[in-house]
Design a protein. Structure first.
Length: 293
């Protein structure tokens, strides 16, 4: 309760006077202080985003919704509104980068969401090709005898036809699985092998799709901002989302075997524990979660 009261008082009263005092002492507005004081990355861009969203000025508030093509004009408009000289190239460059990151994050979420909304279609040749590619990447020495086959269970699907397992995450789940298997083939095969452990085994593909949902929810909630703002000095792309997914797959496998669950029946409990661990890591403004690390 007190946190909400303090948040209200700070946003509506104290913040205004604090900004006024700091401007009086430094001769600089909040954006100038942020862009001139913080290093490039999440700390700077998150502060810029907060400053713009909290502003009572319409031009500044609208800046967080700017499209990529309009970023340059938006920077000029903000500088004009705040009476900052256009020849201040440091401010201009840093604000441009931050706005690209902010707009890029929103665009990335829309792209991921659009892919998630595409249902797996067994009549779609491209969808089918990706599914077969997944099999060939993971099981190079074993031929798939038929499209509908119990063999799919060997890579962790629930039944004879994997298409039913993609209902929650749509095509996004398959694209993630294929990406990890293609970019990190040795690691994918090792993890698939470990997932067949007689005691600690789990369904590789099903868990992979579950981790797609985790990556998606973290992106949607904004929890991935610090990571992506640190990784990409500009527009985050689908590639960066896929790379984060790869990190989750690799780290979850390590986590699962370190925890040694009594059985797969406790999956949801350990999945949530892993989720909380990742969310905790993402609270660090300096966070970078990549498989290379």
């Amino acid at each position: 309760m007190w946190a909400h009261v303090w948040g209200f008082l700070y946003s509506n009263y104290f913040r205004f006077w604090l900004k006024w005092v700091l401007r009086l002492l430094t001769g600089k507005c909040e954006l100038q202080r942020v862009l001139g004081g913080a290093e490039a990355g999440a700390r700077r861009t998150l502060s810029v985003e907060h400053s713009l969203e909290s502003s009572k000025n319409k031009v500044l508030r609208n800046a967080v919704y700017v499209e990529e093509a309009a970023v340059e004009k938006c920077v000029r408009d903000v500088m004009k509104e705040k009476k900052i000289e256009q020849k201040d190239t440091g401010f201009k460059t840093n604000l441009h980068i931050s706005l690209l990151q902010i707009s890029g994050y929103k665009k990335l979420y829309l792209n991921v969401e659009n892919l998630r909304k595409v249902p797996y279609d067994s009549e779609n040749e491209e969808h089918e090709e990706q599914l077969i590619e997944l099999w060939n990447l993971l099981m190079p020495h074993e031929n798939l005898k038929a499209r509908i086959s119990k063999q799919w269970c060997d890579i962790g699907f629930q039944g004879d036809d994997p298409k039913t397992d993609f209902r929650g995450m749509g095509l996004l789940g398959l694209v993630n699985l294929v990406y990890f298997s293609k970019q990190y083939t040795n690691e994918a095969r090792q993890i698939l092998s470990r997932s067949n452990h007689p005691k600690l085994g789990y369904s590789y593909a099903i868990v992979g799709i579950n981790l797609t949902e985790m990556a998606y929810s973290l992106l949607k909630s904004g929890a991935l901002k610090a990571h992506l703002y640190n990784v990409v000095p500009g527009l985050p792309q689908m590639e960066h989302f896929h790379q984060f997914y790869c990190y989750l797959v690799y780290e979850f496998d390590k986590f699962w075997f370190e925890e040694e669950p009594e059985s797969i029946m406790h999956f949801n409990q350990y999945r949530e524990k892993f989720h909380e661990k990742i969310k905790g890591l993402l609270l660090d403004c300096n966070v970078v979660l990549t498989l290379q690390d």
